[in-house]
Design a binder for this molecule. Structure first.
Ligand code: ASP
Length: 339
């Protein structure tokens, strides 16, 4: 009797210590509240001037700061996602809104989507050309229509009717992107099968966030693929492919060769691996990127869950990316070797 009581005491003590050390280790890990990407692709330090790198880092930091402030004010994750993406959309550096790439016909056709994890409500627009901030158009579709996905002139007309800010299409014209189009067209004339460059810097933007109420949200905005034709739409505005958010699993925003992300239903596949496969966020996110790589696709994604864990895998040489923790610590990275 005496021995068994002693054994029980020993067991209880060791259980107490192992539990408290577990709690310590999870306390020690940073809890992230927001993560962003600014596109994945061939991004090499050798090809980047110091001033351009500084400019990228500055916009990424500004976007993170903006999103953090929205969360600090006690607003919802989806508010932070929209506000953060608007900062990135307004910068000519990223392939979204202001800095969008040109289509084959020399137009800027913009795609965006947004999703809320607590009720899986979502909205998206594709092929818009006058909406200054397509991410806000996506949100308006979600909140002010009975639909999820609007395209082309109809989507622009809807945005106008809802009083969103419209601009002349020339607002999206940047000289850098125009020159990129000239180069892309020259290349595709030379190589029959190279209409879509294999591993170029893509530059889409995305954000995932976790709010104080424990809800996650995700959003993505892009100009799509340079030199695109026939009203091509990629994964970015496709719910389940480029964007997905579900409190029970994670919030995800993807970037990369959109055709592969659509075929693999990339964003929702990360959630499925977590929810039905019992994987951790990191394992699930990495596995989806590996699978896309096996199919021949390139790109990356960012993911956050309600525990404040973040994963940011990519199979390209770089991905513009950044995080902010619950305490407000901001970190940005560009190249593959950075953390
Ligand atoms: N995924 C986007 C698309 O295919 C491009 C990108 O992420 O850069 O339209």
């Amino acid at each position: 009797m005496k021995t068994s009581f002693f054994n029980l005491l020993l067991l209880a003590t060791s259980l107490f210590f192992s539990l408290s050390s577990l709690a310590q280790s999870s306390d020690a890990a940073p809890r992230f509240v927001l993560a962003i990407h600014g596109g994945a692709g061939t991004i090499l330090k050798a090809n980047m001037s110091d001033s351009l790198e500084r400019a990228y880092r500055e916009v990424l930091e500004n976007a993170l700061r903006c999103g953090y402030q929205v969360l600090e004010e006690g607003k919802e994750a989806i508010d932070a996602v929209e506000a953060t993406i608007r900062v990135l959309e307004d910068s000519p550096l990223f392939n979204a809104a202001r800095g969008a790439v040109f289509s084959h016909e020399g137009k800027n056709e913009l795609d965006a989507s947004i999703m809320r994890g607590r009720d899986r409500n979502a909205g998206a627009v594709a092929g818009v050309s006058t909406l200054k901030n397509p991410i806000s158009g996506a949100r308006a579709v979600m909140e002010q229509s009975e639909h999820v996905f609007l395209v082309g002139e109809g989507a622009d007309a809807f945005a106008a009717q809802k009083g969103l800010e419209l601009v002349d299409p020339s607002y999206f014209h940047t000289e850098t992107r125009w020159q990129d189009l000239q180069k892309a067209q020259k290349r595709s004339a030379q190589a029959k099968h190279a209409e879509i460059p294999l591993d170029e810097k893509f530059g889409t933007v995305g954000c995932v966030a976790l709010d104080d109420q424990g809800n996650v949200a995700a959003g993505t905005s892009t100009g799509g693929m340079i030199n695109k034709r026939f009203d091509r739409v990629g994964d970015s505005p496709v719910i389940g492919a480029g964007t997905y958010a579900d409190n029970y699993a994670a919030a995800i925003s993807c970037t990369g060769w959109g055709e592969y992300f659509i075929r693999h239903a990339a964003a929702i596949r990360v959630c499925a691996k977590i929810q039905y496969g019992g994987m951790s966020l990191t394992q699930a996110a990495q596995q989806v990127i590996d699978e896309i790589g096996e199919m021949g696709g390139t790109g990356g994604l960012i993911a956050i869950n309600t525990k404040g864990e973040v994963a940011m895998p990519f199979n390209t040489s770089g991905m513009y990316r950044g995080t902010v923790t619950r305490e407000g610590t901001i970190a940005v990275a560009i190249y593959g070797e950075e953390d």
